[in-house]
Design a protein around this ligand. Sequence first.
Ligand code: PLP
Length: 232
Amino acid sequence: MIDKSIICKNLHIINNNIEKACINSNRNVDEIKIIGVTKTIDIESIKILKSLGINTFGENKAQELLEKYDKIEGGDWHFIGNLQTNKVKYIIDKVSLIHSVNSLKLLTEINNRALKLNKNMPILLEINIANEPTKCGLLEEDLFNVIEKLENFKNITLNGLMCVAPFVEKPKDNAKYFRKMRKLFVDIKGKNKDNINMEYLSMGMTNDYHIAIEEGANMVRIGTGIFGERNY
Ligand SMILES: *Cc1c(COP(=O)(O)O)cnc(C)c1O
């Protein structure tokens, strides 16, 4: 369990950084939502985070999410990791947003499962914005192909875009990628389609969330910055 005073102090720092980034970019802090990334973090520490006002938690493994889900009353869970199609059925009734949708195959499975439950599943499309061979996500050139097919997936709503930017020494170096993301976001937002409702631009992690916000992010996914280094 992580000490409450540590989490509290870390959140204070994050909120200050968010405020500065908002001032720099003429934005309102109310626009920015923090997703507490709780992978590998124990239940008690997650409860502390909840008590400090963060109630949206990001997990990247289906199994881990299932183990934690029942233990945090009233928690709002987001799935942020690479999702195998055979795991969709376990999480679809437990998460309010899937950030990491990156193929037509996955869209098809999510849509089928949502249809069975008679629900609509909000998703983000994950973009491999720096074209990194080691990363998941749609390449820019495939994105619009997926967008064209989206109307076939009646039980899905596209709520925005997500990316994991490269790990860089100087976070400012990622500004160009975040800017590209924002441009794609705006392009898609301009399309008038039934199941597109562009609300969220999920980008920025501990290392670079301040830069992401300056470039237009309104969801930041922060783990290390809140809980300290993970010991995998
Ligand atoms: C782990 C993870 C994060 C959080 O990373 P930190 O550097 O610990 O803030 C954000 N997004 C995704 C998809 C992750 O897997």
